[in-house]
Design a protein around this ligand. Structure first.
Ligand code: F6R
Length: 266
């Protein structure tokens, strides 16, 4: 087999190219399987990808009519109509701008009075939908995927998580006052994400360079929850030049992609 990286790394020029390439990836998978079950991230990184997906929908290239979606995580204490809630973000940037059936979009209730029950119901809904087909991830500077902060169990399921101070500081940019940033979240677990048939991780910019190398090439450790993706059979990482600067085997990943492209074009 030509392709044998533990993690497939696709290097592109800049953030815009990360967005275009990621949207292309998702579109290809939706075309192969219109009933794809997606795990959807929020944050700054996927904004461009969502824009590109909306364009692909508007041009008639793809449809989400049969797809399903589960949000990766949600702040505790924010109502769905709060502009900083992740449910609001996903509807605003993506779901409301394409033909996604409302009944197929699943959200975590950050206002629930019984969070463990909410989390159990969420896991059951994922199972009932046939399991996650493609989880899309950003990566926190502390290595978190979804809100699985350092030290999370690598087999964890959807649950309540206390946010790390790095994450709270990083997310303060979205709130008027630093003290407004929620301190807790409900999040898919690392085990929930690892059960997905495919994973796509996106990263852009110099401030992600260290964590990208920790995730792709570092030792597997619960201190960088994204590093467990090295155990997943089908992970693709799309990064730009700045996020790639600390990868030791970048030449190798680039060569593998070139050889793969040549093989596909013969
Ligand atoms: C958000 C999420 C987080 C973010 C991560 C990176 O739903 O799951 O793991 O992906 O915090 O955020 P950005 O993209 O803002 O750097």
């Amino acid at each position: 087999m030509l392709y044998y990286c533990a993690v497939r790394v696709i290097l592109v020029r800049d953030y815009d190219q990360v967005s275009v390439r990621a949207a292309q990836f998702v579109a290809d998978e939706i075309k192969k399987n219109p009933s794809l079950v997606l795990g959807l991230p929020t944050g700054s990184t996927p904004v461009g990808m969502y824009k590109e997906l909306v364009k692909l929908f508007q041009s008639g290239t793809i449809s989400f009519k049969k797809a399903s979606a589960f949000q990766l995580d949600e702040y505790v204490g924010l109502a769905p109509d709060h502009p900083q809630s992740y449910q609001f973000f996903l509807k605003d940037h993506f779901l409301d701008n394409v033909d996604f059936p409302a009944s197929n979009a699943h959200f975590l209730d950050g206002m629930s009075q019984d969070i463990p029950k909410t989390c159990d119901i969420y896991e059951t809904s994922i199972r009932k939908s046939g399991g996650l087909g493609l989880v899309i991830l950003g990566i926190g500077r502390d290595g978190h995927i979804a809100f699985n902060e350092p030290g999370s169990s690598l087999s964890s399921r959807t649950r309540l998580k206390t946010l790390d101070h790095t994450t709270i500081r990083d997310n303060a940019r979205f709130f008027d006052q630093p003290e407004d940033v929620p301190k807790f979240a409900v999040t898919m677990g690392v085990g929930t994400i690892m059960d997905s048939k495919m994973v796509l991780l996106l990263a852009s910019g110099r401030n992600k360079a260290q964590v990208v190398s920790d995730v792709v090439e570092g030792p597997m450790t619960a201190m960088v929850t994204g590093s467990i993706l090295q155990m997943h059979p089908k992970v693709t990482v799309i990064i730009d030049g700045e996020a790639a600067t600390r990868l030791r085997r970048l030449d190798y990943y680039t060569k593998v992609e070139e050889m793969w492209d040549e093989k596909l074009s013969v």
